[in-house]
Design a protein around this ligand. Structure first.
Ligand SMILES: O=C(O)CCC(=O)C(=O)O
Ligand SMILES: [Fe+2]
Length: 260
């Protein structure tokens, strides 16, 4: 089986080096997100892309309407409240159990070096995989016209790996102010301006092989509709801060079309 040295480009990203880890930790503190371009070696990116293309016809497609807090509409809230406006999200997803055991993605996800890097950069004590067999690694396919509407994540941090960018549309947009979920703070005016396009969000042009870490629970973000025939394929590497956590059955049914 391949080792982590044949997956990550350690020359560009020496993720086991103290100084590099410190640098990444300062960067994410300063910019609220960390973008590591050319994180994967060309060969491993190619292998992962091939695997993702082979699995594409197994993707489960779902379309959802949700508020920016990923909830349903509330009758008790004003219709114009930015927390009570419906967004549309639609994409396809291949869950973890369909990946080959020897996939580069499994090697990356399970690597102690990678996990230690993630913990240190995000200042986390421990991280654990999901206890169910579907949720730890997900392959997301955004076909022409598909998108993720504005939202805050339920998870506090997100780790994504771009495998194939769309040639038009499918851009990641975000703001880094607006919410502090620990302090129960939310800036409705700012959020409303962003949703209505009165205030510009930041735009990230993400190329293939880029790893991104961001605090999705506090940063409003979206993926604009893909406009190209080339689908956007993005991997999410999902960890928990506590052991033995399953994604809820409801969420598994919604995103994967099954619970096991
Ligand atoms: O596709 C992306 O770049 C972001 C994904 C995302 O925001 C999510 O899965 O919650
Ligand atoms: Fe998100």
């Amino acid at each position: 089986m391949d080792s982590i040295n044949s997956i990550i480009d350690f020359n560009k990203h020496p993720i086991n080096d103290f100084n590099y880890i410190q640098k990444c930790n300062s960067l994410i503190k300063k910019n609220s997100l960390l973008v590591l371009e050319n994180f994967l070696l060309d060969k491993s990116l190619k292998n992962i892309l091939n695997e993702a293309k082979k699995l594409e016809d197994k993707a489960y497609y779902c379309e959802q309407q949700h508020t920016i807090l990923l909830t349903k509409l509330s009758d008790s809230m004003d219709k114009n409240d930015p927390l009570n406006i419906l967004m549309t999200s639609d994409k396809g997803c291949v869950p973890h159990d369909l990946l080959s055991k020897s996939s580069g993605l499994n090697i990356l996800y399970n690597s102690d070096i990678f996990k230690s890097f993630i913990r240190k950069v995000l200042n986390l004590d421990k991280i654990f995989p999901y206890a169910d067999n579907l949720s730890s690694i997900n392959l997301n396919y955004y076909q022409k016209g598909q998108q993720l509407g504005w939202h805050f994540d339920n998870a506090s941090f997100a780790i994504t790996l771009m495998i194939q960018s769309s040639t038009q549309g499918g851009e990641f947009e975000y703001i880094t102010e607006g919410r502090d979920s620990n302090a129960n703070y939310i800036d409705k005016k700012l959020i409303s301006d962003v949703i209505e396009g009165k205030s510009n969000a930041k735009l990230l042009d993400v190329s293939e092989g880029t790893l991104i870490l961001f605090y999705g629970r506090n940063y409003l973000h979206r993926v604009t509709p893909v406009q190209s025939d080339t689908p956007r394929i993005l991997i999410t590497l999902n960890y928990n801060e506590e052991n033995n956590i399953e994604l809820s059955e409801n969420a598994r049914l919604t995103f994967f079309g099954r619970v096991n």
